[in-house]
Design a protein around this ligand. Sequence first.
Ligand SMILES: NC(=O)C1=CN([C@@H]2O[C@H](COP(=O)(O)OP(=O)(O)OC[C@H]3O[C@@H](n4cnc5c(N)ncnc54)[C@H](OP(=O)(O)O)[C@@H]3O)[C@@H](O)[C@H]2O)C=CC1
Ligand SMILES: CC(C)(CO)C(=O)C(=O)O
Length: 325
Amino acid sequence: MTESNSQPRVLLFGAGGVGAVYLYLLSKVSSTTAVCRSNYDVVKKDGFTINSSIFGKNIYFRPNVVRDCEEAVSSGPKPYDYIIVCSKAIPGVIPQLIKPAVTLGQTAIVLVQNGVGIEQEYHDAFPDNPIISAVVYLPATQRPAGVIKHGEVEKLQIGSYPSSAPNERASAFTKLVQSAGATAEFYEDVQPKRWFKLLVNASWNPICALTLSKDTDVLGSLDEASGVLLATMLEIRDIAAAYGYTITRDEVEYQLGRAQARIPTNAGIEPSMLQDVQAGRRIEVEAIVGNAVRMGKEKGVACVRLEMLYVLAKALDLQIERRRQ
Ligand SMILES: NC(=O)C1=CN([C@@H]2O[C@H](COP(=O)(O)OP(=O)(O)OC[C@H]3O[C@@H](n4cnc5c(N)ncnc54)[C@H](OP(=O)(O)O)[C@@H]3O)[C@@H](O)[C@H]2O)C=CC1
Ligand SMILES: CC(C)(CO)C(=O)C(=O)O
């Protein structure tokens, strides 16, 4: 590997809320390039401004930006040691889009995204490259283009995909992120962490997106709301258990309790799926809900609430797609 000779070369694909924060942090310890799309002109000219409750306000930085991975190869440093995928997890297209920048056997592909079952298409496309799966806790929004607002949490939970694959690169990436001043934890098997986070994402994200509501506003709608959320999270817990990932009822209640505790201060959260609907963007329905429902059905786990959310969120996503055409 070339990392010991010089700074690691990092290509960020998907420079939105989450991506911009890690781009800023990693640019302190590596040579970074970012693929931008709708924010390309603004970021190229004016850079990013980050207002973070953790890393500071009015942080200004101008990264090296490109329009696509072809340009990243022709104009940036290569080969890339890491391609960090921070776009929304919409299956089907991204492996082909990053392919020009993937050097066989060398480039590690790091998925910093929500959901479960998101890694296999990268493993299929690049069977000889390390795939690193990262669960991300980092509430962030980009509004307007180039301006990022980041809340009070920042953490990556990192592991190889599959968990039986060699873990040197995942471990090295964890250390790189730590050296940048961010929080990163390495796991021999990161999949239980994905399922633990899915408790929140597969319940709150579609419910808030479908109701155009913050989580606390949903809880305040009817006395029944807390019970419906708890029952949905327990279905996710049961699917995880069918694959050997144990989540206790106390842990489920803790996750629900985080939103309940914010009701008195009206500090509701707008999950990323709600933000996507409001901005007319496609939603991560397959990564966050569909894959879990399919996995549940495969093992015969009852998940009627989750299935209902899947149907409704899928219809919403298709409607958004039609309106974009
Ligand atoms: N935001 C949050 O609070 C949290 C998000 N997450 C997860 O992190 C991941 C990233 O989320 P987030 O940062 O919010 O996403 P954003 O929507 O803010 O950013 C995604 C970026 O990817 C870009 N992109 C998408 N497709 C392409 C393409 N083909 N070429 C170039 N750029 C592309 C988008 O460009 P364009 O603007 O043109 O669409 C956008 O800039 C998701 O999986 C999300 O679920 C996890 C925890 C919290
Ligand atoms: C946990 C949460 C809700 C944090 O913003 C998230 O992951 C998301 O918005 O998708």
